[in-house]
Write a protein that binds this ligand. Sequence first.
Ligand code: SF4
Ligand code: ZN
Length: 708
Amino acid sequence: MTLFDVVFSGNDAAYGLAEGAIDAAIEKYGADKAVSFPDTAYSLPCYYAVTGTKVNTLGDLKNALGVVKTLMTREQRLNDAFMSGVATALCAEFLEVLKYVDNPTPYEAPCAGHLPDAAIRELGVPLVTGDIPGVAVILGAAPTAEEGVELVKSYQAQGILVTLVGGIIDQCVEMGYKTGANVRVIPLGKDVTAVVHAVSVAVRAALIFGNIQAGDAAGLMKYTMERVPAFVNAFAPLDPVIVAAGAGAIALGFPVITNEETFRVPKSLIVQKDISKFNATSLEARDIKIKVTKIDIPVAFASAFEGEIIRRGDMQVEFDGSRVDCCELVLDVEDASKVEDHKIEVIGPDIDEFEVGSKHSIAYVVEVTGKSMQPDFEPVFERKFHSYLNCIEGVMHTGQRDMIRIRVSKDAFNAGFRVKHIGEVLYARVKSEFAAVVDKCQVKIYTDPAECTRIRHEVAIPMFDKRDERLTTLTDESVDVYYSCIMCQAFSPSHVCIVTPERLGLCGAVSWLDAKATHELDPQGPCQVVTKEKPIDERIGEYEDVNEVVKKLSQGALEDVSLYSIIEKPMTSCGCFECICGIEPLSNGVCIANREYAGMTPIGMTFSELASMTGGGVQTPGFMGHGKHFIASKKFMKAEGGVARIVWMPKELKDQVRDRLNETAKEMYGIENFCDMIGDETVAEDPETLLAFLTEKGHPALSMEPMM
Ligand code: SF4
Ligand code: ZN
């Protein structure tokens, strides 16, 4: 048998299974029975991406199977094998979606099954920043559970997102290894067909970020090959279905590494007998480079631990800013002689001296000095602390400024973790990430309660107040330049964000100060200065110089862009936006949905569906992706009348932005408690009920000029 024959026979087997299962389902439920994956705007994402057709019913699914058959040509050529691989993935998708008929949650913990669109959008920023340098798909059972877990752990320690299919899942359970999206190890499912949920992520990345049109199979495969850094580790024994699915992975550009003595295809199907070398072989095959930061602490440090949760029972001690005085602070020290590089001081008792489970004060001050350092960068560094400390295995950090909470787990404590290690981490990360502006850095960590009170009230709070003052005076009019950000071009080749003081990047992670710091740190990097000297139309915020930059950075894909309008030349979206807003015609306003919100909006679309209307770096009047912080900005849809257009948003989001939004509405229109006039899911999920509510509240949008 040739490799082609193995692929073909695996494909035939998968096809046979899908056909049988679909027929049985139609027999049971009828051809009109609805079928789809939950929380996606792309129906069956793989089938939709390859063919451009959405499947809605079991009858459609049967027709889709007919289309798949046409891909299953049987010449002994590479393309036939690839397309049969793709056909196998599609059959797997059909088998998987059948699990969701009449059951929105067929998977049980730890398995996740289908991943929602929102989870893919969330991956946007960490993938472009290299925080997640790659995606591993591990398939089958390792020779021993120890070897399997070692492999998983090795990827996790590099920040690689790990997905698991088949026997490896039980091996992780057996070894008591923690899995879950929060630690970036996601068991998909135990059947081999669950591998399609990983494929689905890659395919939706192309649709969401890449502006790849559904049905453009060649464009899709080019996109995943060039931009999705995924690879497959498949453990022996391989059966023909796995080999056929592997051909599908290879067609998408994902190399397959296996320990089974089988056919070899250079760079694509690689035999590596030694499991301990899977990691290195895989990274080399997919050309993934890992940034290493060596930090002198007794526990692991990796971005995969960022979402780790430490429960009360597992915690050794807690520092709790909501109860006692705590704070974190970066200070730009003018006099360089006052900073001794890598000096870490602990002032007060250490964790050893605290009772297990007790609460304490902590204040850490990171003092930096450097010729190009500016006080404006202090908050930029400081905001990174959350991520730095969370990357420590066994440490959980929440909040910022003087409202922080840090938990240290018993495991971390027993491994030797002490207060000074917080300093080691802050020092190492600040020095490596901000090397261009920080010459020297020292850290003072206070645990003495009286000192914490002093630092918080006499040093930190006055500093925070001063910075807030600066932020309120930072308006689009008060600065001379804006910044462009093209970080997301890694996935969304024509997308450009223009970041202004009053409009942060749509990912929510890049404010004007962040962009300024990024530019200063790396002048040739993703953030460039954009002048704004040649206004075309102040009302919508259009400038000749901004247009020029956008045109150049989008390689001509975009001609002109406005900063303040959702209708006229709106800014584009890559896909990783925190929120999406869209026009709701009946109430003459806009509804906003945030990524976390899974329910329905009065527009008749969920977040995922709304989100699918924009992205990929193209302008889509009527829909706009944006950061949460932008909602309370005076520049939010300024051209259409401003925040008074907001008629609906999910309750949780409303609560998050309430104070600032109320303030803005009061200043702009003299309206008190504006948020009380805005509907949410507890009030209405349809336009008529919403309109009745808005009418009762006297919402300003109702009397504004028609939007369309
Ligand atoms: Fe991407 Fe825009 Fe955020 Fe930059 S500011 S990372 S381009 S979304
Ligand atoms: Zn993005």
